[in-house]
Design a protein around this ligand. Structure first.
Ligand code: FAM
Length: 432
């Protein structure tokens, strides 16, 4: 896969250089004050090959939508879900892999999955009250002792080989994340009763296994979960942060650790736990675990009146129901006949959009990925929702780290946009 990646991706180095030198003056967009004031939305400023987000159709990975991935990527059995190993190959190489390629990645990750003892020691040094994302990001950063990229840089390696060392770091890092995540899970919620990895299992199946959830259905869910959360183009907080920190030639452990801290924010990945927390708050206040649609509507209004956001709804780019929400709903429709939490999530899908739509200022009233994920995990017995963002993080690593390898192959420079005092914008607004 390394050779295949280099063969394909190295062809783009020339293209990148040509754009940089021959077309440097070409204007591709005008930036408005509105865009600066609303988080740089829609300003083209990043290069990301792994995936692209369309406001009306959702995410595609190298051109393939989520339904297409579920159909075309290799699986362990025909009724199951695609293996995230295949998505990683697709993001990196740009082609749908053969079954054999996917099994090779599984094996490769399994052999790279040993986590050094000091990483567990760092986790164990923290109180169990430390949030799982605090433990997860600290463990990732602690593993920077293993960085071959950092060692190569310090030994003066030529910059044209950076990608090669980055590739190995990234493969090692991805391989170890399930073990770290499961370790935190078992430490926090199962009194440190850890479960050893099973080298015969695939990457996501092993994660479910090490967490102590061994049924085939949970493993299927975990594979789907790891595929749909893997990437969402380059501008979201976790992807952009990883890329930005990497642009200083920080090693990928630092870059991903920083990205994970961005994912931990409530407007980003933490929303997946916030949704469940909010639903339980709602059930508690209403006094029923089967609230009616009218009761749900009242609670949504109350949330808005309290100046809070309705978690799991809205998006910075999307303007339709998130296809990642739909994929999870299809999974639930296929496997789950009756579950009060899932029913409530389905009812919220009917109730929330018209209310948010009527507010006026909310650009997207539709559900995002986080509106469904927690209820599915909860149904399958993964009820510790303060842990959910870690699962998001394990998956997100696939996309942002594949991009990091490409960043170093293309030789992207240190990122450095300009900032101005507020007065500068005020003067611009008044034409001065
Ligand atoms: N509930 C209440 N208000 C909302 C809202 C929601 N779900 N979504 C947007 N708004 C508000 C927003 O707070 C802003 O209000 P102010 O002007 O008073 O600041 C206004 O509507 C305009 O915001 P926008 O342009 O529609 O959205 P943004 O691009 O600024 O923000 C989100 C996008 C995702 C941060 C926002 O929709 C939100 O806070 N949603 C709830 C949290 C959530 O589910 N986040 C997860 C996003 C997910 F896809 C991910 O990263 N995993």
């Amino acid at each position: 896969i390394k050779n295949r990646f280099y063969e394909k991706a190295s062809k783009c180095i020339g293209e990148y250089q040509k754009l940089k030198t021959e077309h440097a003056d070409k204007v591709i967009a005008n930036v408005t004050i509105g865009q600066v004031m609303t988080g740089m939305k829609g300003v083209p400023s990043l290069i990301t090959d792994t995936s692209k987000l369309d406001a009306n159709t959702g995410i595609t990975f190298r051109g393939y939508s989520i339904p297409e991935l579920r159909e075309k990527l290799p699986r362990l059995d025909p009724a199951g879900e695609p293996l995230p190993e295949g998505l990683y190959y697709l993001m990196l190489v740009g082609e749908i892999p053969e079954q054999e390629d996917v099994f090779n990645i599984s094996k490769d990750w399994s052999t790279r999955s040993h986590v050094p003892q000091h990483v567990f020691d760092v986790i164990d040094a923290m109180p169990k009250s430390a949030r799982p994302m605090t433990q997860f990001s600290a463990a990732i950063v602690a593993m920077a002792t293993e960085s071959v990229f950092q060692k190569a840089y310090r030994s003066g390696v030529n910059k044209k080989y950076y990608w090669d060392f980055m590739y190995d770091d990234v493969m090692n890092l991805i391989a170890r994340l399930p073990r770290i995540a499961a370790y935190i899970y078992r430490r926090n919620y199962f009194k440190d009763k850890h479960i050893e990895p099973d080298p015969r299992l695939d990457w996501a199946g092993n994660l479910a296994h090490m967490m102590g959830h061994d049924s085939d259905e949970v493993k299927r869910l975990m594979r789907l979960y790891m595929v749909i959360h893997a990437d969402h183009e380059g501008g979201n907080v976790s992807a952009h942060t990883t890329h930005l920190v990497g642009s200083a030639l920080s090693n990928p452990y630092y870059a991903l650790g920083a990205g994970m801290l961005g994912l931990a924010g409530p407007l980003h990945g933490y929303a997946n736990q916030d949704v469940i927390n909010w639903i339980f708050e709602l059930m508690n206040e209403i006094g029923s675990d089967e609230p009616t649609k009218e009761q749900l509507a009242d609670y949504v209004q109350k949330t808005l009146e309290a100046g809070r956001v309705v978690p799991g709804y809205g998006h910075a780019v999307l303007r339709v129901t998130d296809p990642r929400f739909t994929a999870q709903k299809e999974f639930a429709d296929k496997y789950i006949t009756h579950d009060k939490l899932i029913n409530t999530v389905n009812n919220l899908y009917e109730v929330v959009p018209p209310i948010l739509g009527s507010v006026g200022k909310i650009s997207n009233p539709w559900p995002n990925v986080d509106a469904y994920s927690g209820a599915l995990l909860y149904h399958y017995g993964i009820k510790e929702y303060s842990f959910y963002t870690v699962l998001f993080g394990v998956s997100r690593a696939l996309g942002v780290l594949a991009s990091l390898v490409m960043d170093r192959l293309y030789g992207l420079p240190i990122e450095r946009p300009s900032s101005y005092p507020l007065k500068w914008y005020r003067d611009k607004a008044s034409g001065e």
